[in-house]
Ligand binder design. Structure first.
Ligand SMILES: C[S@@+](CC[C@H](N)C(=O)[O-])C[C@H]1O[C@@H](n2cnc3c(N)ncnc32)[C@H](O)[C@@H]1O
Length: 194
């Protein structure tokens, strides 16, 4: 087995990728991580999904592919130009709600919502408002984050932030963690059923 075996990219991926390059969007999730996002999405039939940090919708396309028809996904970003790419390529999918909002504002306004699957790919839900985001996980829900292994574009001090985040997640007794030193460095956590 190799990591680069046929990944079966989502249909919309090439168009989104091309538009992303035109816009100079340089923060896409690793396709390997995206295959995991898709597989884990398939484990939550009828699920409520949340993606924090849509970007242009690259990971969104993979998550949607794993979801069944009874599932729904809210994906948010504060950059309308990036969201417009996701809207153009994925907007016809009735399971998807694209929201243009600051992550902190949205989390504050929607803290009573509960999800089966959260992919936190921006500051909020990962380095900011983490407790509030973890409180939105249903028992048995998945919390997924990536970019945890050192990246060339990390600013000074970010490695320490990532280490602190990982240590905090490990210290929580309501989460069951898997740390994958693979792709860009991924954590999959499951909220313990009460
Ligand atoms: C790592 S990228 C998301 C990549 C995307 N999930 C993908 O796979 O292509 C992070 C995103 O967070 C967005 N972002 C940054 N700060 C934000 C904030 N305060 N509120 C909402 N979105 C924010 C950026 O516009 C960017 O698109």
């Amino acid at each position: 087995m190799t990591n680069t075996t046929e990944l079966a990219f989502p249909k919309a991926y090439a168009a989104i990728d091309s538009a992303s390059q035109t816009l100079g969007f340089t923060m896409p999730s690793d396709p390997l991580t995206c295959t995991l996002l898709r597989s884990l999405a398939a484990s939550k039939p009828g699920g409520k999904f949340l993606e924090l940090g849509t970007g242009t919708g690259l990971a969104t396309a993979w998550i949607l592919e794993g979801m069944d028809e009874g599932s729904s996904l809210i994906s948010l970003d504060f950059d309308q130009t990036l969201l417009d790419v996701a809207k153009a390529e994925l907007g016809k999918d009735a399971r998807l709600e694209l929201v243009c909002s600051d992550g902190g504002v949205w989390l504050e306004q929607n803290k009573d919502l509960q999800f089966d699957y959260i992919f936190a790919d921006t500051w909020h839900g990962k380095y900011l408002m983490l407790d509030e985001t973890l409180a939105m996980l249903k028992p048995g829900a998945l919390y997924i984050i990536d970019d945890l292994s050192p990246q060339a574009n990390w600013p000074e001090g970010h490695a320490e932030k990532a280490e602190k985040l990982i240590a905090y997640l490990e210290s929580r007794n309501d989460l069951v963690l898997s740390k994958l030193a693979w792709a860009s460095g991924v954590i999959v956590a499951v909220k313990k059923p009460v």
